[in-house]
Design a binder for this molecule. Structure first.
Ligand SMILES: Nc1nc2c(ncn2[C@@H]2O[C@H](COP(=O)(O)OP(=O)(O)O)[C@@H](O)[C@H]2O)c(=O)[nH]1
Ligand SMILES: [Mg+2]
Length: 257
């Protein structure tokens, strides 16, 4: 009997296991320091690649990235800006690793958290059907208005979706590539990933992570460009949850591929 999808996870056999997807828009001054931190954090761990997705930046982001391209770093670019979720999806679709780690490109997430989240995710003794480990920012280093608006939005979302995730908006997450690609895609999906993973039958683990103030560049999101679209999306995800039916499969059904 099997009522959850099975997801094949790559194991380390010299092939790339982990792709770190970093969606960015106009983060020029954050590129060099963040790449150095990611490389330092992942040295000695499973074979990885870093995949930056430049979402139509108009500053020197692309030029800085081009200087860093090498055996462990690739860059993809959207001709025009299509948003953070689209950039995340482009990264996941083009990843070589079966495990994806993603984090914000502005340095607010701390790459030092990556090894812990990745090894928890890859631990064969961890929960069966683990689809995602979602970072939870224990102490947010954002403006008071952003912290307050997020707190209210998180409460409304959690009570409507029952997704048991205090902080879905944390950019730091580790998940299975196959699991992500099963999810219905829409713009701004990146704020609803735990609820949508659970909708497919996957287990979502939560891990406390560090959060840091933004040092370079500017935030792309304010109250206005998150609130209205967030309300519409909340109803959309609520509807998706209500419409989900997961069949229970009986016996060993061969895959046709
Ligand atoms: N690809 C892409 N990334 C974006 C876009 N807007 C924000 N980001 C990235 O998403 C991350 C979080 O954005 P940020 O502006 O720091 O939001 P905040 O932390 O909520 O203030 C950063 O890495 C941004 O570069 C976008 O339109 N496209
Ligand atoms: Mg930020």
């Amino acid at each position: 009997m099997n009522d959850v999808p099975s997801v094949a996870l790559a194991r380390d056999n010299g092939e790339i296991v982990l792709t770190v997807v970093v969606p960015v828009k106009n983060e020029a001054d954050n590129i060099f320091p963040l790449v150095a931190e990611i490389r330092a954090a992942l040295a000695g761990g499973p074979a990885y690649e870093i995949l930056y997705v430049d979402d139509g930046s108009t500053d020197a982001t692309r030029a800085r990235l081009d200087e860093l391209v090498g055996s462990d770093l690739r860059v993809l670019a959207h001709a025009k800006s299509c948003g953070q979720s689209a950039a995340l999806r482009t990264g996941v679709q083009n990843a070589k690793g079966g495990v994806i780690a993603t984090l914000d490109g502005d340095g607010q997430n701390d790459p030092a958290d990556l090894p812990r989240l990745v090894s928890t995710f890859l631990n064969p003794a961890s929960v069966p059907n683990l689809g995602m480990i979602a970072g939870q920012r224990v102490k947010r280093r954002d403006s008071a208005i952003k912290r307050w608006s997020s707190r209210i939005a998180n409460r409304v979302r959690a009570s409507m979706l029952g997704d048991d995730t205090p902080d879905t908006g944390c950019g730091l997450k580790v998940f299975s590539r196959d699991a992500f690609l099963l999810l219905p895609y829409f713009d701004h999906i990146h704020r609803f990933l735990p609820a949508l993973m659970r909708r497919e039958g996957f287990v979502v683990g939560l891990e406390p992570v560090n959060h840091r103030p933004r040092i370079h560049g500017r935030s792309k999101y304010g109250v206005n460009n998150r609130l209205w679209v967030g309300i519409v999306d909340l109803f959309g995800v609520y509807w998706l949850q209500r419409r989900m039916r997961r069949p229970t499969l009986i016996g060993d059904i061969p895959r046709e591929d």
